[in-house]
Ligand binder design. Sequence first.
Ligand code: SAH
Length: 204
Amino acid sequence: MVARQLRARGVRDERVLAAMAAVPREAFVPAHLRHLAYADEALPIEHGQTISQPLMVALMTELLDPGPGDRVLDIGTGSGYQAAVLAAMGCRVLGIERVAELAAAARERLVALGWGEEIEIRVGDGSIGAPEDGPWRRILVAAAAPRVPETLTAQLAEGGRLVVPVGARWEQELVLVERDGDRLRTTHHGLCVFVPLVGAGGWP
Ligand code: SAH
């Protein structure tokens, strides 16, 4: 997966590649799809949600550019795979997931894999962020928003980075927002397809 799907397609950050080589993706997909755990595609998980394609996880993590020790807000934690990749890079992660059953399953598998200390998972509407625990140096959203949620950019620390898919219901662009004092720099990084971010800062 790392050689053929990630490195061969231009993922350069060795820390991202090492983390994705270290995290056992088969632990995050439903049992009947385990043979596809390292396939080049997104896979369905419970409750009509998805675990993102490995390449998309790599590109988003590369754009996020987290450093060891960074606190990261992971919105739309789903299976917990993205959170595990961040923990494997030395980050401390707060995950927010709106579906309680997904959050519980993610929590259970992350504890079993030994990331219980590094990753906390809460149930709730992540589209409003976690202001009481902010400001955040890094925020990653794994669900599609109709526009960049202002509640999230407001929680970005100086030098902070927010990665979020933004656009229409069936197709979005990967957007990076960087805070430089009072200024926000927004750049676009290609097309993607995510399940909707449902909540106050997302879709109704
Ligand atoms: N990062 C996940 C991808 C999960 S797909 C992984 O690695 O497996 C996106 C997830 O976002 C879904 O589980 C969905 O339930 C969740 N979601 C959608 N809107 C949300 C919101 N407002 N707050 C928190 N989670 C949300």
